[in-house]
Write a new protein. Structure first.
Length: 445
C-alpha cells in the first residue's frame, strides 16, 4: 500500500468517525468545559499531574507549594513466541511494584517550578521525568526552561491507554528534553516553539538490565559501544486550531545526531499532522507522522540504516532510520455511580508503522518488516485510584516479544526470533502477533 493511500485512508477514517459522532450532537465550545464531556481527557491529565501551573494565568502575588505523587502496581500475563508462562515468571506472568514518584509544583513572585522524579524498582532505575522553571509573560504566553515536554504531535498524549502508541517508542510521543520552550494559547489557537540543547539527563540504573545511557523516561538516541551517537541542537514548532470540539494541527522537528567518537554530525527530521476531537462522550485522536535520520554513522564512520534508542534503564534496540506512522485511537467515557467508581473509559488505540529501510544479504537486499500495535482496554476511575486494564498486541514490537528489543522496530524480528537478523536469518514478513494482558493500578495524590 502506498504512502498516499495510507494517508487517504487515515483521513477517511477521521472524517467518517467525525460524521458518525456528529449525530451525537457535538457540544459547543462552552459545553466542552463540563466534566462529563471531557472526563477522559481530564482523567489522563490528572494521572500525569498536569496542574494549574500551565494555565498561563498571571498573578505575581501568588505563592504556593504543591506536593504530590503516585504509587502504582502492575500485573502482566504475556503470550509471546514461547506461549504463556506460569504465574511467578519474571516479566512474563508477574505482579510487581511498577512505579513510585514524587511531584512538586510551586510559584513565588511569578516564578513557576514543576518537577517530577520517578522510581522503577522492577528495573532498578530512577530518573527525572520533567523539571522546569517557568514564567507567565502574559495570560496566554508562558516560557519554560529545563526538562520539558517536546511540543510534537497530539498533546499531552497521542494515546488513551497506559501502553502509549508506537510513536512513544521512537521518541515522538510524550518526549522530554533539556532546553527552552515558549507556549501560547488562546480560545482558538495554541502554539509552541522550542530549542533543546540536549536530551534529558540520564538517571541511575542497574547495568545488568542495560547501559546507563538508557536510564531515562522518554526514548532517545543513546550512546552504546561502537555507536556513540547523542541528540543535540533540536528545534520544534507546533500549532493547532480549535473549532467546535475538534483540534487540528501540525508539528515540525529538526535535530542533530552527533557521534562522540568521530564528530560526525547527522540529522533528524520529523513532521506530523494531527487531530483530536471531543464528540459528547467520545474522544478521537488521529495522526500521521514521518521521521528520517540522515547521515547518521557509527564510530567506524559507516552509514547507519537504524539508530539505537533506550529508556527505563532496560536495554536499547534498533529503530529504523526512516519510517511513517499512521496513528488512530478512539475512547468512550461512561460516567457511573457505583461505590467509589465514578467513570469507566473504554478505548482502542492502533498504530501502523511503515519502514522504508533495506538491508543486505548474500543474494541482494531485503526490506524491513513493518510494525503494528493495537491496544484495547479501559480506564477505571475510583476516587484517587486509577486502573488501566489493557490487552496489547503487536507485530515486530520491541516490548511485545520473548526477546526484548533487538531489531523489532528496525529490520523486524527474524524468521528465527531468538537470533539477530542477518543474511541467514532474514526479517519475517509474516511474523506472529504477540500479546500482553496488563493491569496497572495506581493511587495518585
Amino acid at each position: 500500500m502506498t504512502k498516499l493511500k495510507m494517508v487517504l485512508l487515515l483521513i477517511i477514517y477521521c472524517c467518517s468517525a467525525a460524521l458518525v459522532f456528529a449525530q451525537v450532537k457535538p457540544p459547543s465550545i462552552s459545553q466542552m468545559g463540563t466534566p462529563e464531556d471531557t472526563i477522559s481527557k481530564n482523567r489522563k491529565e490528572m494521572l500525569e499531574y498536569t496542574s494549574r501551573i500551565e494555565e498561563n494565568k498571571v498573578n505575581r502575588d501568588t505563592t504556593y507549594l504543591q506536593i504530590g505523587g503516585a504509587l502504582r502496581f502492575n500485573y502482566i500475563n504475556t503470550n509471546y513466541e514461547q506461549g504463556r508462562s506460569p504465574l511467578g515468571t519474571s516479566l512474563r506472568n508477574d505482579f510487581t511494584l511498577d512505579t513510585w514518584r514524587l511531584n512538586v509544583n510551586a510559584e513565588s513572585k511569578g516564578i513557576l517550578m514543576s518537577f517530577e522524579y520517578r522510581f522503577y524498582p522492577t528495573f532498578n532505575t530512577h530518573f527525572i521525568q520533567h523539571g522546569w522553571f517557568g514564567y507567565n509573560l502574559t495570560n496566554h504566553t508562558q516560557v519554560q526552561l529545563g526538562v520539558s515536554q517536546v511540543p510534537f504531535g497530539n498533546l499531552k498524549y497521542a494515546s488513551h491507554s497506559w501502553w502509549f502508541q508506537t510513536p512513544y517508542y521512537v521518541g515522538l510521543e510524550d518526549d522530554y528534553d533539556m532546553g527552552i520552550k515558549i507556549r501560547h494559547t488562546s480560545d482558538r489557537w495554541e502554539g509552541a516553539l522550542a530549542y533543546y540543547l540536549l536530551a534529558e539527563p540520564r538517571g541511575t540504573s542497574d547495568p545488568t538490565y542495560g547501559p546507563y545511557s538508557a536510564a531515562r523516561y522518554s526514548y532517545d538516541v543513546v550512546p552504546v559501544p561502537g555507536n556513540n551517537n547523542v541528540e543535540r541542537n533540536q528545534f520544534n514548532a507546533r500549532g493547532a486550531y480549535n473549532f467546535s470540539g475538534t483540534k487540528v494541527g501540525a508539528s515540525l522537528q529538526y535535530g542533530q545526531i552527533f557521534n562522540l567518537v568521530n564528530n560526525n554530525v547527522g540529522h533528524q527530521t520529523a513532521s506530523a499532522i494531527h487531530l483530536e476531537g471531543n464528540y459528547g462522550r467520545f474522544n478521537l485522536k488521529a495522526q500521521y507522522l514521518h521521521y528520517n535520520y540522515n547521515n547518521v554513522r557509527n564510530d567506524a564512520g559507516e552509514l547507519l540504516n537504524v539508530v539505537q534508542m533506550g529508556a527505563y534503564g532496560f536495554g536499547t534496540y534498533d529503530v529504523a532510520a526512516n519510517a511513517s506512522m499512521y496513528v488512530a485511537g478512539l475512547s468512550y467515557s461512561l460516567p457511573l455511580n457505583f461505590g467509589p467508581v465514578s467513570d469507566i473509559t473504554f478505548y482502542n488505540d492502533y498504530t501502523y508503522t511503515r519502514k522504508n529501510g533495506q538491508g543486505q544479504h548474500n543474494s541482494g537486499t531485503y526490506s524491513f518488516a513493518n510494525t503494528q500495535q493495537n491496544v484495547i482496554g479501559a480506564l477505571v476511575s475510583a476516587g484517587k485510584i486509577y486502573t488501566y486494564i489493557d490487552w496489547a498486541a503487536g507485530k515486530n514490537h520491541p516490548w511485545l516479544t520473548e526477546y526484548f528489543g533487538g531489531s523489532a522496530l528496525g529490520a523486524g524480528i527474524g524468521i528465527d526470533p531468538s537470533k539477530p537478523v542477518s543474511s541467514t536469518n532474514l526479517p519475517n514478513q509474516n511474523s506472529r502477533w504477540n500479546s500482553r494482558f496488563n493491569i496497572n493500578i495506581g493511587y495518585y495524590f
